[in-house]
Design a protein around this ligand. Structure first.
Ligand SMILES: [Zn+2]
Ligand SMILES: [Zn+2]
Length: 177
């Protein structure tokens, strides 16, 4: 989905559409290491208006993403809903604007009079991912001894103090995966 700046009427425009799954890449939320992929079409509603220097885009997205539970690594699917707002400016304005704006407003620079809405939606989907993905609130996670999924039942390992070296290894393995 793209919006052509010269086709935006003075009164602005509203768009509702569906972005198919395959228009998105893998989603990553760097702060928490949550990685996910879009698992269904994403519904997007937009209100687009011309501003003095460019275009404002206010949007709402609704979709689903699949990711691994952060404790037991089982794949789960989460609803992802998110509101967003962008100030879009022609790329020619970039140098000037970068010096002016020190706040963290979402500014998007476009080239050739085209605003790549799909890329903005991709960015916002990643932001909308949960901070900590869990298959359920009380997920028991994996056994630190044998790696079995404890939600599926007791693995039979002895309870009690865990071999710290093995626990460290398991931890490392989980983080790598
Ligand atoms: Zn889990
Ligand atoms: Zn075990």
């Amino acid at each position: 989905m793209k919006i052509y700046v010269d086709q935006i009427p003075d009164e602005g425009l509203e768009r509702g559409f569906e972005e198919p799954v395959d228009s998105f890449h893998y989603l990553e939320k760097e702060e928490v290491g949550t990685a996910a992929k879009v698992s269904g079409p994403v519904h997007v509603n937009l209100v687009v208006k011309k501003t003095s220097g460019g275009v404002s885009v206010r949007g709402r997205l609704q979709g689903t993403a699949s990711m691994a539970c952060s404790r037991c690594l089982v794949e789960i699917t989460e609803d992802v809903g998110h509101d967003f707002f962008y100030d879009c400016l022609p790329v020619e304005e970039m140098e000037e604007e970068e010096e002016l704006s020190t706040d963290s407003a979402d500014i998007h620079y476009y080239t050739g009079g085209e605003i790549a809405i799909t890329a903005l939606v991709q960015e916002q989907l990643a932001l909308a991912l949960p901070m900590k993905a869990l298959c359920r609130e009380d997920c028991k996670g994996l056994c630190p001894r044998c790696g079995a999924n404890l939600n599926l039942g007791d693995c039979g390992c002895q309870k009690g103090p865990v071999d710290l070296r093995l626990a460290a290894l398991m931890d490392l393995k989980i983080k790598k995966d």
